[in-house]
Design a protein around this ligand. Structure first.
Ligand code: 5AD
Ligand code: SF4
Length: 441
Protein backbone atom coordinates (compact mmCIF):
# COMPACT_ATOMS: atom_id res chain seq x y z
CA UNK A 1 0.00 0.00 0.00
CA UNK A 2 1.30 3.46 -0.87
CA UNK A 3 1.28 5.55 2.30
CA UNK A 4 1.86 9.27 2.00
CA UNK A 5 3.19 11.84 4.43
CA UNK A 6 3.09 15.62 4.52
CA UNK A 7 5.37 17.78 6.70
CA UNK A 8 4.67 21.45 7.43
CA UNK A 9 7.74 23.26 8.75
CA UNK A 10 7.83 26.49 10.76
CA UNK A 11 10.85 28.24 12.28
CA UNK A 12 14.57 28.26 11.69
CA UNK A 13 16.96 26.29 9.50
CA UNK A 14 17.41 23.77 12.29
CA UNK A 15 13.74 22.86 11.87
CA UNK A 16 14.20 22.56 8.10
CA UNK A 17 17.06 20.15 8.78
CA UNK A 18 14.96 18.20 11.30
CA UNK A 19 12.09 17.93 8.82
CA UNK A 20 14.49 16.52 6.21
CA UNK A 21 15.70 14.09 8.84
CA UNK A 22 12.18 12.86 9.54
CA UNK A 23 11.31 12.71 5.83
CA UNK A 24 14.30 10.42 5.24
CA UNK A 25 13.24 8.16 8.14
CA UNK A 26 9.76 7.92 6.65
CA UNK A 27 10.95 7.20 3.11
CA UNK A 28 13.18 4.47 4.53
CA UNK A 29 10.05 3.02 6.17
CA UNK A 30 8.37 2.84 2.77
CA UNK A 31 6.35 6.08 2.87
CA UNK A 32 6.33 8.61 0.06
CA UNK A 33 6.02 12.36 0.37
CA UNK A 34 3.17 14.57 -0.84
CA UNK A 35 2.67 18.33 -1.02
CA UNK A 36 -1.04 17.95 -0.34
CA UNK A 37 -2.15 17.32 3.25
CA UNK A 38 -5.60 16.28 1.97
CA UNK A 39 -4.16 13.09 0.51
CA UNK A 40 -1.70 12.36 3.33
CA UNK A 41 -2.00 9.41 5.72
CA UNK A 42 0.44 11.10 8.08
CA UNK A 43 0.80 14.82 8.74
CA UNK A 44 3.61 16.28 10.83
CA UNK A 45 3.72 19.90 11.96
CA UNK A 46 7.25 20.96 12.90
CA UNK A 47 6.79 23.97 15.15
CA UNK A 48 8.63 27.01 16.48
CA UNK A 49 8.06 28.92 19.70
CA UNK A 50 10.83 31.52 19.65
CA UNK A 51 8.36 34.42 19.51
CA UNK A 52 4.59 34.79 19.89
CA UNK A 53 3.98 34.96 16.11
CA UNK A 54 5.42 31.59 15.03
CA UNK A 55 3.65 30.02 17.99
CA UNK A 56 0.29 31.40 16.82
CA UNK A 57 0.93 30.20 13.27
CA UNK A 58 1.60 26.66 14.49
CA UNK A 59 -1.55 26.65 16.65
CA UNK A 60 -3.72 27.85 13.76
CA UNK A 61 -2.26 25.15 11.51
CA UNK A 62 -2.92 22.47 14.12
CA UNK A 63 -6.53 23.62 14.36
CA UNK A 64 -6.96 23.42 10.59
CA UNK A 65 -5.34 19.99 10.36
CA UNK A 66 -7.47 18.70 13.25
CA UNK A 67 -10.53 19.61 11.21
CA UNK A 68 -9.02 17.75 8.25
CA UNK A 69 -8.49 14.70 10.45
CA UNK A 70 -12.15 14.74 11.44
CA UNK A 71 -12.96 14.12 7.77
CA UNK A 72 -10.12 11.61 7.39
CA UNK A 73 -10.09 9.68 10.68
CA UNK A 74 -7.36 7.25 9.61
CA UNK A 75 -4.92 10.13 9.16
CA UNK A 76 -2.17 10.28 11.80
CA UNK A 77 -1.50 13.83 13.03
CA UNK A 78 1.62 14.69 15.01
CA UNK A 79 3.14 17.87 16.38
CA UNK A 80 6.94 17.98 16.62
CA UNK A 81 9.62 20.58 17.33
CA UNK A 82 9.99 23.43 19.77
CA UNK A 83 6.35 24.25 20.51
CA UNK A 84 5.67 20.53 20.99
CA UNK A 85 8.48 20.53 23.55
CA UNK A 86 7.13 23.56 25.36
CA UNK A 87 3.43 22.75 25.33
CA UNK A 88 3.15 19.07 24.35
CA UNK A 89 0.70 17.99 27.05
CA UNK A 90 -1.37 21.16 26.65
CA UNK A 91 -1.60 20.71 22.86
CA UNK A 92 -2.68 17.08 23.27
CA UNK A 93 -5.52 18.29 25.47
CA UNK A 94 -6.48 21.22 23.30
CA UNK A 95 -6.43 19.15 20.09
CA UNK A 96 -7.90 15.77 21.11
CA UNK A 97 -7.30 14.35 17.63
CA UNK A 98 -3.53 14.84 17.89
CA UNK A 99 -1.79 11.46 17.92
CA UNK A 100 1.55 12.58 19.29
CA UNK A 101 3.78 15.41 20.47
CA UNK A 102 7.52 14.91 20.00
CA UNK A 103 10.20 17.40 21.08
CA UNK A 104 13.23 18.25 18.94
CA UNK A 105 15.56 16.01 20.96
CA UNK A 106 13.26 13.02 20.50
CA UNK A 107 12.81 13.03 16.74
CA UNK A 108 15.12 10.02 16.47
CA UNK A 109 12.16 8.07 17.96
CA UNK A 110 9.83 9.19 15.18
CA UNK A 111 9.59 5.70 13.65
CA UNK A 112 8.61 4.05 16.93
CA UNK A 113 6.18 6.87 17.70
CA UNK A 114 4.40 6.51 14.37
CA UNK A 115 4.20 2.74 14.74
CA UNK A 116 2.68 3.11 18.21
CA UNK A 117 0.14 5.61 16.95
CA UNK A 118 -0.83 3.52 13.91
CA UNK A 119 -0.79 0.00 15.25
CA UNK A 120 -1.59 0.41 18.91
CA UNK A 121 -3.63 3.60 18.62
CA UNK A 122 -1.55 5.00 21.47
CA UNK A 123 -1.25 8.74 22.04
CA UNK A 124 2.43 9.51 22.61
CA UNK A 125 4.13 12.45 24.32
CA UNK A 126 7.96 12.27 23.97
CA UNK A 127 9.77 15.24 25.47
CA UNK A 128 13.08 13.97 26.85
CA UNK A 129 15.76 16.67 26.48
CA UNK A 130 18.76 14.49 27.30
CA UNK A 131 18.84 12.57 24.05
CA UNK A 132 22.03 12.90 21.98
CA UNK A 133 21.64 14.58 18.56
CA UNK A 134 20.24 12.01 16.12
CA UNK A 135 22.46 10.62 13.36
CA UNK A 136 20.79 10.86 9.94
CA UNK A 137 18.86 7.90 8.65
CA UNK A 138 20.42 8.32 5.20
CA UNK A 139 18.07 7.84 2.34
CA UNK A 140 19.99 7.35 -0.91
CA UNK A 141 19.38 10.10 -3.44
CA UNK A 142 17.17 12.19 -1.12
CA UNK A 143 19.22 15.35 -1.75
CA UNK A 144 19.63 14.77 -5.48
CA UNK A 145 18.70 17.95 -7.35
CA UNK A 146 19.59 20.23 -4.45
CA UNK A 147 22.50 22.63 -4.67
CA UNK A 148 22.52 23.79 -1.04
CA UNK A 149 21.98 21.82 2.16
CA UNK A 150 22.30 22.08 5.93
CA UNK A 151 24.18 19.93 8.41
CA UNK A 152 23.43 20.22 12.10
CA UNK A 153 26.72 20.01 13.99
CA UNK A 154 25.30 20.45 17.49
CA UNK A 155 22.05 20.61 19.38
CA UNK A 156 20.87 22.83 22.18
CA UNK A 157 22.16 25.93 23.87
CA UNK A 158 23.75 26.72 27.24
CA UNK A 159 23.57 30.50 27.09
CA UNK A 160 20.23 31.29 28.69
CA UNK A 161 19.90 34.80 27.28
CA UNK A 162 17.14 36.20 29.47
CA UNK A 163 14.54 36.53 26.67
CA UNK A 164 15.13 33.19 24.99
CA UNK A 165 13.17 29.97 25.19
CA UNK A 166 15.58 27.91 23.06
CA UNK A 167 17.59 26.42 25.96
CA UNK A 168 14.31 25.19 27.46
CA UNK A 169 13.05 23.56 24.29
CA UNK A 170 16.25 22.27 22.70
CA UNK A 171 18.12 21.35 25.86
CA UNK A 172 21.82 21.56 26.65
CA UNK A 173 24.60 21.80 24.10
CA UNK A 174 25.71 18.53 22.58
CA UNK A 175 28.15 18.35 19.66
CA UNK A 176 28.14 15.62 17.04
CA UNK A 177 31.28 13.62 16.29
CA UNK A 178 33.34 15.22 13.48
CA UNK A 179 33.60 11.89 11.64
CA UNK A 180 29.81 11.71 11.43
CA UNK A 181 29.57 15.29 10.21
CA UNK A 182 32.23 14.68 7.55
CA UNK A 183 30.50 11.51 6.45
CA UNK A 184 27.22 13.38 6.10
CA UNK A 185 28.95 16.13 4.12
CA UNK A 186 30.56 13.59 1.74
CA UNK A 187 27.20 11.95 1.19
CA UNK A 188 25.62 15.33 0.32
CA UNK A 189 28.44 16.15 -2.08
CA UNK A 190 28.07 12.77 -3.81
CA UNK A 191 24.39 13.64 -4.38
CA UNK A 192 25.33 16.90 -6.10
CA UNK A 193 25.11 19.40 -3.25
CA UNK A 194 27.70 22.17 -3.73
CA UNK A 195 27.09 24.47 -0.77
CA UNK A 196 26.85 23.35 2.85
CA UNK A 197 25.70 25.42 5.83
CA UNK A 198 26.76 24.10 9.23
CA UNK A 199 24.05 24.68 11.81
CA UNK A 200 23.96 25.12 15.55
CA UNK A 201 22.39 27.52 18.04
CA UNK A 202 25.90 28.67 18.86
CA UNK A 203 28.37 27.03 16.48
CA UNK A 204 31.39 28.61 18.08
CA UNK A 205 31.03 26.43 21.15
CA UNK A 206 31.26 23.31 18.99
CA UNK A 207 33.65 20.96 20.77
CA UNK A 208 34.45 17.30 20.34
CA UNK A 209 37.04 15.70 22.57
CA UNK A 210 38.29 12.14 22.86
CA UNK A 211 41.46 10.62 24.38
CA UNK A 212 43.45 11.44 21.28
CA UNK A 213 41.67 14.30 19.61
CA UNK A 214 40.24 17.75 20.17
CA UNK A 215 38.07 19.37 17.53
CA UNK A 216 36.97 22.96 17.91
CA UNK A 217 34.82 24.84 15.40
CA UNK A 218 37.65 26.33 13.27
CA UNK A 219 39.13 22.84 12.85
CA UNK A 220 35.77 21.42 11.80
CA UNK A 221 35.38 24.28 9.30
CA UNK A 222 38.81 23.59 7.82
CA UNK A 223 38.10 19.89 7.37
CA UNK A 224 34.60 20.29 5.90
CA UNK A 225 35.80 23.24 3.82
CA UNK A 226 38.50 21.11 2.19
CA UNK A 227 36.23 18.29 1.02
CA UNK A 228 36.49 17.62 -2.73
CA UNK A 229 33.45 18.84 -4.65
CA UNK A 230 32.47 21.49 -2.11
CA UNK A 231 32.26 24.97 -3.62
CA UNK A 232 30.89 26.94 -0.68
CA UNK A 233 30.77 26.64 3.07
CA UNK A 234 28.64 28.72 5.44
CA UNK A 235 27.62 28.49 9.08
CA UNK A 236 24.99 29.89 11.37
CA UNK A 237 24.54 31.10 14.11
CA UNK A 238 27.43 32.38 16.15
CA UNK A 239 27.31 34.38 19.36
CA UNK A 240 29.40 37.57 19.63
CA UNK A 241 30.60 36.67 23.11
CA UNK A 242 32.55 33.68 21.86
CA UNK A 243 33.46 34.61 18.33
CA UNK A 244 37.08 33.54 18.71
CA UNK A 245 40.15 34.96 17.00
CA UNK A 246 40.57 31.53 15.43
CA UNK A 247 37.16 31.75 13.82
CA UNK A 248 37.75 35.28 12.57
CA UNK A 249 41.07 34.14 11.08
CA UNK A 250 39.25 31.27 9.30
CA UNK A 251 37.64 33.84 7.02
CA UNK A 252 41.09 34.62 5.66
CA UNK A 253 42.27 31.01 5.49
CA UNK A 254 39.53 28.73 4.21
CA UNK A 255 38.97 29.33 0.52
CA UNK A 256 35.50 27.80 0.40
CA UNK A 257 34.26 29.73 3.45
CA UNK A 258 31.92 32.43 2.13
CA UNK A 259 32.47 36.07 3.14
CA UNK A 260 29.25 36.36 5.13
CA UNK A 261 28.51 36.12 8.82
CA UNK A 262 25.21 36.24 10.63
CA UNK A 263 26.05 37.70 14.02
CA UNK A 264 22.98 38.63 16.10
CA UNK A 265 23.56 41.61 18.41
CA UNK A 266 19.96 41.95 19.73
CA UNK A 267 20.44 45.45 21.21
CA UNK A 268 22.86 48.37 21.19
CA UNK A 269 22.42 49.60 24.74
CA UNK A 270 24.91 48.17 27.22
CA UNK A 271 22.32 48.38 29.96
CA UNK A 272 19.87 46.28 27.93
CA UNK A 273 22.62 43.88 26.78
CA UNK A 274 23.42 43.30 30.45
CA UNK A 275 19.75 42.63 31.27
CA UNK A 276 19.66 40.25 28.32
CA UNK A 277 22.73 38.46 29.75
CA UNK A 278 24.50 38.65 26.43
CA UNK A 279 28.03 38.91 27.79
CA UNK A 280 29.36 41.69 25.49
CA UNK A 281 29.00 45.44 25.05
CA UNK A 282 28.14 47.59 22.06
CA UNK A 283 31.84 48.52 21.83
CA UNK A 284 32.89 44.82 21.90
CA UNK A 285 30.47 44.12 19.06
CA UNK A 286 31.74 46.98 16.91
CA UNK A 287 35.31 45.83 17.48
CA UNK A 288 34.42 42.31 16.32
CA UNK A 289 33.00 43.74 13.12
CA UNK A 290 36.16 45.76 12.57
CA UNK A 291 38.29 42.64 13.07
CA UNK A 292 36.16 40.63 10.66
CA UNK A 293 36.41 43.39 8.06
CA UNK A 294 40.16 43.66 8.43
CA UNK A 295 40.53 39.92 7.73
CA UNK A 296 37.95 39.87 4.89
CA UNK A 297 37.12 43.40 3.71
CA UNK A 298 34.22 42.31 1.49
CA UNK A 299 32.51 40.30 4.26
CA UNK A 300 28.73 40.78 4.43
CA UNK A 301 27.29 41.23 7.90
CA UNK A 302 23.73 40.34 8.85
CA UNK A 303 22.21 40.14 12.32
CA UNK A 304 19.13 39.76 14.50
CA UNK A 305 17.94 42.63 16.66
CA UNK A 306 14.89 43.18 18.82
CA UNK A 307 13.11 46.28 20.07
CA UNK A 308 11.02 46.75 23.18
CA UNK A 309 12.89 44.55 25.64
CA UNK A 310 11.39 45.16 29.13
CA UNK A 311 12.50 48.56 30.39
CA UNK A 312 13.98 49.66 27.01
CA UNK A 313 13.93 53.48 26.98
CA UNK A 314 14.19 55.90 24.07
CA UNK A 315 17.83 56.34 24.96
CA UNK A 316 18.44 52.57 24.89
CA UNK A 317 16.76 52.40 21.49
CA UNK A 318 18.95 55.27 20.34
CA UNK A 319 22.00 53.10 21.08
CA UNK A 320 20.55 50.31 18.96
CA UNK A 321 20.08 52.76 16.07
CA UNK A 322 23.57 54.12 16.60
CA UNK A 323 25.09 50.64 16.37
CA UNK A 324 23.11 49.97 13.18
CA UNK A 325 24.34 53.25 11.69
CA UNK A 326 27.94 52.53 12.59
CA UNK A 327 28.03 48.94 11.32
CA UNK A 328 25.99 49.38 8.12
CA UNK A 329 24.56 45.87 7.98
CA UNK A 330 23.91 44.13 4.66
CA UNK A 331 20.61 42.96 6.11
CA UNK A 332 18.81 42.76 9.44
CA UNK A 333 16.14 40.50 10.90
CA UNK A 334 14.30 42.68 13.37
CA UNK A 335 11.63 41.69 15.87
CA UNK A 336 9.42 43.09 18.57
CA UNK A 337 10.33 41.53 21.90
CA UNK A 338 7.71 39.06 23.08
CA UNK A 339 7.41 37.43 26.50
CA UNK A 340 8.19 33.72 26.53
CA UNK A 341 6.81 31.99 29.62
CA UNK A 342 9.49 30.60 31.90
CA UNK A 343 12.27 32.96 30.78
CA UNK A 344 13.81 35.53 33.10
CA UNK A 345 12.81 38.49 30.91
CA UNK A 346 9.14 37.49 31.11
CA UNK A 347 9.30 38.46 34.80
CA UNK A 348 11.00 41.82 34.10
CA UNK A 349 9.15 45.15 34.30
CA UNK A 350 8.13 47.57 32.95
CA UNK A 351 6.91 46.08 29.69
CA UNK A 352 7.17 48.38 26.68
CA UNK A 353 3.71 49.15 25.23
CA UNK A 354 2.93 47.40 21.95
CA UNK A 355 2.54 50.74 20.06
CA UNK A 356 5.95 51.86 21.27
CA UNK A 357 7.54 48.63 20.05
CA UNK A 358 5.80 48.97 16.69
CA UNK A 359 7.01 52.55 16.36
CA UNK A 360 10.63 51.63 17.12
CA UNK A 361 10.51 48.66 14.78
CA UNK A 362 9.23 50.86 11.99
CA UNK A 363 12.00 53.43 12.47
CA UNK A 364 14.61 50.69 12.52
CA UNK A 365 13.27 48.89 9.46
CA UNK A 366 12.86 52.06 7.42
CA UNK A 367 16.48 52.97 8.11
CA UNK A 368 17.81 49.50 7.35
CA UNK A 369 15.83 49.31 4.11
CA UNK A 370 17.75 52.30 2.82
CA UNK A 371 21.12 50.84 3.81
CA UNK A 372 20.33 47.46 2.25
CA UNK A 373 19.12 49.11 -0.95
CA UNK A 374 22.14 51.43 -1.05
CA UNK A 375 24.51 48.47 -0.64
CA UNK A 376 22.74 46.57 -3.40
CA UNK A 377 22.93 49.60 -5.70
CA UNK A 378 26.68 49.82 -5.15
CA UNK A 379 26.95 46.43 -6.90
CA UNK A 380 25.51 47.72 -10.19
CA UNK A 381 28.16 47.34 -12.90
CA UNK A 382 30.20 44.93 -10.74
CA UNK A 383 31.09 41.37 -11.69
CA UNK A 384 30.02 38.67 -9.23
CA UNK A 385 30.34 34.90 -8.97
CA UNK A 386 27.01 33.24 -8.42
CA UNK A 387 26.28 29.62 -7.51
CA UNK A 388 23.18 28.75 -9.55
CA UNK A 389 20.49 27.14 -7.40
CA UNK A 390 17.66 26.69 -9.90
CA UNK A 391 14.86 28.42 -11.82
CA UNK A 392 13.83 31.78 -10.40
CA UNK A 393 10.25 32.73 -9.61
CA UNK A 394 10.58 35.12 -12.56
CA UNK A 395 9.78 33.22 -15.74
CA UNK A 396 12.74 32.40 -18.01
CA UNK A 397 15.18 33.37 -15.28
CA UNK A 398 17.47 31.47 -12.97
CA UNK A 399 18.56 32.36 -9.47
CA UNK A 400 21.65 31.97 -7.37
CA UNK A 401 23.56 33.72 -4.62
CA UNK A 402 26.74 35.69 -4.41
CA UNK A 403 29.35 34.53 -1.86
CA UNK A 404 28.00 37.37 0.32
CA UNK A 405 24.58 35.67 0.17
CA UNK A 406 22.78 38.18 -2.03
CA UNK A 407 20.15 36.75 -4.36
CA UNK A 408 20.75 37.36 -8.06
CA UNK A 409 18.25 36.57 -10.83
CA UNK A 410 19.42 36.34 -14.42
CA UNK A 411 17.91 35.38 -17.78
CA UNK A 412 19.26 32.15 -19.29
CA UNK A 413 17.82 29.94 -21.99
CA UNK A 414 20.05 26.98 -21.12
CA UNK A 415 19.83 27.63 -17.38
CA UNK A 416 19.31 23.98 -16.44
CA UNK A 417 22.85 23.05 -17.42
CA UNK A 418 24.13 25.78 -15.09
CA UNK A 419 22.39 24.55 -11.92
CA UNK A 420 25.01 23.60 -9.33
CA UNK A 421 27.72 25.58 -11.11
CA UNK A 422 29.33 28.92 -10.40
CA UNK A 423 28.78 31.49 -13.13
CA UNK A 424 30.10 35.00 -13.59
CA UNK A 425 27.45 37.68 -13.86
CA UNK A 426 27.44 41.41 -14.36
CA UNK A 427 24.97 43.21 -12.09
CA UNK A 428 22.52 45.31 -14.10
CA UNK A 429 19.88 46.34 -11.58
CA UNK A 430 19.33 46.37 -7.86
CA UNK A 431 16.11 45.78 -5.91
CA UNK A 432 15.66 45.79 -2.17
CA UNK A 433 15.77 42.01 -1.78
CA UNK A 434 17.54 40.87 -4.91
CA UNK A 435 19.77 41.83 -7.81
CA UNK A 436 19.42 41.32 -11.54
CA UNK A 437 22.42 40.22 -13.54
CA UNK A 438 23.44 39.01 -16.98
CA UNK A 439 25.78 36.17 -17.89
CA UNK A 440 29.34 37.01 -18.90
CA UNK A 441 31.09 34.46 -21.09
N1 5AD B 1 11.20 38.08 21.62
C1 5AD B 1 11.54 38.62 20.43
N2 5AD B 1 12.51 38.13 19.66
C2 5AD B 1 13.19 37.05 20.11
N3 5AD B 1 14.18 36.34 19.58
C3 5AD B 1 14.49 35.33 20.42
N4 5AD B 1 13.71 35.37 21.50
C4 5AD B 1 12.87 36.43 21.35
C5 5AD B 1 11.84 37.00 22.13
N5 5AD B 1 11.48 36.52 23.32
C6 5AD B 1 14.80 36.69 18.29
C7 5AD B 1 16.28 36.96 18.48
C8 5AD B 1 16.91 35.72 17.91
C9 5AD B 1 15.94 35.37 16.82
C10 5AD B 1 16.04 33.98 16.32
O1 5AD B 1 14.68 35.61 17.39
O2 5AD B 1 16.63 38.11 17.75
O3 5AD B 1 18.22 35.95 17.43
FE1 SF4 C 1 12.16 28.41 16.65
FE2 SF4 C 1 14.34 28.53 18.14
FE3 SF4 C 1 13.14 26.21 17.83
FE4 SF4 C 1 14.43 27.33 15.75
S1 SF4 C 1 15.33 26.60 17.70
S2 SF4 C 1 12.42 26.40 15.69
S3 SF4 C 1 14.02 29.52 16.13
S4 SF4 C 1 12.32 28.03 18.86
Amino acid sequence: MDRKFFIKTFGCQMNVYDSDYMAQCLINMGWSSTNNPEEADLVLVNTCTVRAKPEQKASTTLGRLSRLKKKRPHMILGVVGCLAQEKGEELMERFPLLDFAVGPREIAQIKETITKAMEKKERVVALDLDEPPPEPDNCPGYFQGRVTAFISIMQGCNNFCSYCIVPYVRGREASRAPQQILQEARSLLRQGVREITLLGQNVNSYLWESDKERWDFPRLLREVGGLPGLLRLRFTTSHPKDLSEGLIASFGQIETLCPHIHLPFQAGSNRVLELMKRGYTKEDYIELIENLRSVRPEIAITADVMVGFPGETDEDFHHTMDLIQQVEFDGLFSFKYSDRAGTLAATMEPKVPEEEKAERLKILQEFQKQVTFEKNKRLIGKTVKVLVEGPSRRKGQYMGRTPTNKIVNFPATEGNSLVGKEVTLKIKRANLNSLIGSLLN
